[in-house]
Design a protein around this ligand. Structure first.
Ligand code: 6PG
Length: 245
């Protein structure tokens, strides 16, 4: 598969992802004067953040021109241990002293998940100056994949998989018995670049189904990340790719 790169381990994978961030980012800054990126949740991106914070990378981009969004969030306080914002903020954004005006988080302090999603949608529409019915084009969206083939908070057999009009949506996930907040397929598939980071043997079975299995996006939601015009790249370590010949 041309858009799948396999790495010996997560560190090598993360270093390549950091190189992609800098390369795509500087091209977008040269072209548009800014780089608009959406960070994924989960734990996989931690080593990527360490690389971007390191002396090898942190001077290679003008951080004042980088704008950060979050492709999904848990319905928890922004200071909760479970918050995707908190992990990225503590591990990446705060150490880099990214200005608060360059960070657009989900306002999960709003109690009602639907209102959180509506608020985030308004902030995206305003930032991209979107006319009605249009979707934003993020320059880069990082995605993770769960061992059930979910991505962002598009979980198997959930309502959000069928959303075609909203940019973001709240999504009740029965197996977690909780609301999640997520980009929708049209938003992700409109991106200029999407990079999946997938590591660990527990992801191997799902990755094989997503990349090589029969098409069933209800069961394996990551299958339906198919970019209209953009570039999709899967980065996997050898453990996650162990069932893909
Ligand atoms: C989340 C994520 C989710 C995550 C995958 C992989 O909120 O948890 O958005 O889609 O990216 O579950 O998570 P890990 O990187 O922790 O394996």
């Amino acid at each position: 598969m041309k858009n799948l790169k396999i790495f010996e381990n997560l560190s090598e994978l993360s270093k390549f992802a950091a190189e992609q961030f800098i390369s795509i980012g500087n091209k977008k800054i040269d072209k548009n004067g800014r780089f608009v990126v959406a960070l994924s949740g989960g734990s996989t991106p931690k080593i990527l953040y360490n690389f971007l914070l390191s002396d090898e990378f942190k001077e290679k981009i003008d951080w004042e021109k980088v704008f950060f969004f979050f492709s999904d969030e848990r319905d928890v306080s922004p200071i909760s241990e479970k918050s995707n914002f908190r992990m990225a903020n503590e591990q990446f954004l705060k150490p880099l002293k990214i200005s608060k005006s360059n960070i657009f988080r989900w306002h999960t302090e709003i109690i009602n998940a639907v209102e959180v999603a509506e608020s985030y949608e308004r902030s995206i529409v305003k930032f991209f100056n979107l006319s009605n019915g249009k979707f934003p084009q993020f320059d880069l969206i990082f995605l993770g994949m769960g061992d059930d083939g979910h991505t962002v908070s598009l979980f198997p057999f959930t309502k959000a998989l069928n959303e075609t009009e909203s940019i973001v949506i709240s999504n009740y996930v029965e197996k977690l018995d909780t609301n999640r907040l997520t980009f929708t397929y049209p938003t992700i598939n409109n991106a200029a670049n999407v990079i999946f980071l997938v590591a660990g043997k527990d992801k191997a079975a799902a990755l094989k189904e997503v990349l090589k299995g029969e098409k069933n996006c209800e069961k394996f939601p990551s299958q339906c990340i198919k970019l209209a015009d953009g570039k999709l790249l899967w980065l996997a370590d050898e453990e996650a790719a162990s069932l893909i010949k």
